[in-house]
Design a protein around this ligand. Structure first.
Ligand code: HH2
Length: 302
């Protein structure tokens, strides 16, 4: 197993967002954390079907841990544009055996789900984070997490996966996404969920054109100013295909570039498919940034 990547020098950062309470874990956010994607779906946009039996899913999770992953995000319903809704019992039948097998893997387990029923069941199994791409817009979803210790990732999405890419329109995408995330974070806090458990995510590719995605990535420092940890998922996404002309299986360099841009903009957690490559890129980026910082200059946001 590789050593954890080095803790970077803390730069300008609000006290609020320097730690994340995440179920059984308390995570320090002084260096960017790597969330590895574990899709248990037959139809995810980049790796559908690859890890859909428990044995291969556990093998992949173990490899990600060896490669230095900080959190594992399990998903059993694709949210790609146009994806159909998966019934809760099917979603759970994919999740439960893998959660049980990974319960003691030493890394926080996150579950990517929009269904309160699924949230409650996986929280009963002890998962550490609920990642809701619909931003806890269902009051039952807030109720499901409020009596747990789990972290809550609030993502921005315009509409739902079935329709979200059909001509998304904003007046000011950066302002609207920021306001929605601040509102949802307030709703979670009103239900008794402490700020130290809340993560926000601009939802790259969820009801956004290429221009919207670029504007959001370019203005991440404005989201970081909300004082909550910011998660960004851009790995292999179609915006990278639009920029490079590459098919989904050839988007690793583009994914790494976008990931580093997000981290330079202040992102605290990056959600990625390619863990070893991401960990390596972050090691190099951090070493340069820390050396630069120790000379008295600053780069990046934090
Ligand atoms: N992206 C995807 C799924 N879940 N959750 C958060 N918080 N942020 C993201 O950007 C995000 C997410 C899409 O990626 P993937 O899980 O690989 O695809 P699919 O939804 O097709 O399973």
């Amino acid at each position: 197993m590789r050593p954890p990547h080095p803790v970077q020098t803390a730069l300008i950062q609000t006290a609020d967002s320097s730690r994340l309470r995440c179920g059984r874990f308390e995570l320090t956010l002084k260096r960017p954390l790597v969330m590895g994607v574990l899709n248990l779906t037959p139809d995810s946009f980049s790796d559908g079907g690859r890890w859909s039996d428990t044995g291969s899913a556990v093998e992949h999770a173990t490899a990600m841990i060896d490669d230095g992953v900080d959190l594992i995000d399990l998903g059993a319903e694709s949210t790609r544009p146009g994806a159909p809704i998966v019934p809760a019992d099917l979603e759970l039948s994919r999740l439960v055996p893998v959660i049980r097998a990974l319960a003691d893997c030493g890394r926080p387990l996150s579950v990517d789900t929009r269904k309160p029923q699924v949230m409650r069941a996986v929280l009963d199994l002890g998962v550490d984070m609920i990642n809701d791409v619909s931003g806890f817009s269902d009051p039952q979803a807030i109720a499901a997490v409020s009596d747990s210790r789990a972290a809550c990732c609030v993502m921005h999405m315009l509409g739902d996966p079935l329709t979200m890419q059909q001509d998304p329109v904003y007046r000011d995408v950066v302002r609207e996404v920021r306001e929605m995330l601040a509102d949802r974070a307030e709703a979670l806090q009103a239900a008794g969920i402490d700020r130290s458990r809340i993560v926000i995510d601009p939802g790259i590719g969820f009801g956004k054109t290429l221009e919207h995605n670029l504007a959001l990535l370019a203005s991440l420092p404005g989201l970081v100013e909300l004082g909550l940890p910011v998660l960004v998922g851009v790995s292999r996404k179609s915006m990278l295909g639009a920029l490079t002309g590459r098919a989904v299986d050839r988007r690793l360099p583009a994914s790494l570039a976008a990931m580093l841009a997000a981290v330079a903009g202040g992102a605290h957690i990056v959600r990625v498919h390619d863990v070893p490559e991401t960990v390596d890129a972050l090691r190099v980026w951090q070493a340069i940034r820390d050396a630069h910082h120790s000379t008295g200059n600053t780069i990046g946001q934090r």
